[in-house]
Design a protein around this ligand. Structure first.
Ligand code: PXL
Length: 273
């Protein structure tokens, strides 16, 4: 039998709203990879709702994962998402140093905002700390808002032309990114992902299938991180993740899921198996 792969996911636990760990654990598990969670914060529901309980886990993370070091754990993949405080960027770097070897694939989803705005708990200090994670990553999965924040380029509404997108992606590469996918780019009424790697630069366009739901970036990055560990070609994986997210969005609208409540990925999780 082949050895089962294992990914450590450093992300928040939001009990309601289908984002972060509550999305990554089922998706990565469905893709037959062991998913090991390191919480950055515990929330009753994500910050897209008007009110939420938020317990920052910064002071507990190291004590938590040092027990893993004692167990001698190593990971085939490390995937980082929402950080609960600016101090956590250094903690994530420390985690990567301790728990990776030359084969570990590090996926950094620089979760900071969407639609031109930062999320409620994210400030400029945290954003600048997140930049430090780019050089230690193998893959980054920013949405357009996050790509703009990382490159100090002003976000605008409406369509983006290919030169603007290439410029943002090149700046991300200059910051030390190796494999980049920028998600959620609006163009000609389509939604696009832009890929930049050492040997590829490509815009992938998809028709819009529904409303903009919370947590879709987390669904996308979970699939990307699992595929990367399984050695799937990056472009193929981006297409598969985008198609899965499109189906989730379409179905969620059909099932009248409020946009804040995320997408009903559970209904079609079997497509990833
Ligand atoms: O899906 C991104 C995300 C993750 N974690 C928390 C959030 C959000 C977006 O609002 O609030 C806690």
């Amino acid at each position: 039998m082949k050895k089962q792969k294992r990914i450590a996911v450093i992300n928040d636990f939001s009990g309601f709203g289908r984002c972060s760990l509550t999305v990554s654990i089922p998706i990565i598990s469905a893709m037959k990879i062991q998913c090991c969670a390191v919480p950055t914060a515990i929330l009753s529901n994500h910050t897209g709702y008007d009110d939420y309980f938020f317990d920052d886990y910064t002071d507990k993370m190291q004590a938590y994962y040092m027990k893993w070091e004692k167990l001698g754990l190593k990971f085939d993949g490390i995937y980082t998402g929402f950080l609960g405080s600016e101090k956590q960027a250094k903690i994530v770097e420390d985690f990567i140093e301790r728990f990776s070897d030359e084969n570990t694939v590090v996926t950094v989803d620089p979760v900071m905002g969407d639609n031109g705005k930062t999320y409620a708990t994210i400030d400029s200090k945290l954003c600048s700390e997140v930049k430090n994670l780019i050089p230690v990553s193998d893959i980054i999965t920013p949405n357009l808002t996050e790509a703009c924040i990382l490159t100090d380029i002003e976000y605008h509404e409406g369509d983006y032309d290919i030169h603007e997108i290439e410029n943002i992606a090149r700046k991300l590469k200059y910051l030390g990114a190796k494999n980049i996918v920028i998600t959620g780019i609006q163009k000609n009424d389509n939604i696009c992902n832009f890929i930049l790697t050492d040997d590829k630069s490509k815009l992938l366009e998809y028709p819009v299938t529904g409303s903009s739901h919370a947590g879709t970036g987390d669904v996308f990055a979970s699939i990307i991180s699992a595929d990367a560990v399984n050695g799937i070609d990056f472009e193929k994986s981006v297409k598969k993740s985008a198609e899965f997210v499109s189906k989730c969005v379409e179905l969620s609208d059909k099932m009248n899921i409020p946009v804040q409540d995320g997408v009903c990925f559970e209904e079609i999780l079997d497509l990833l198996m």
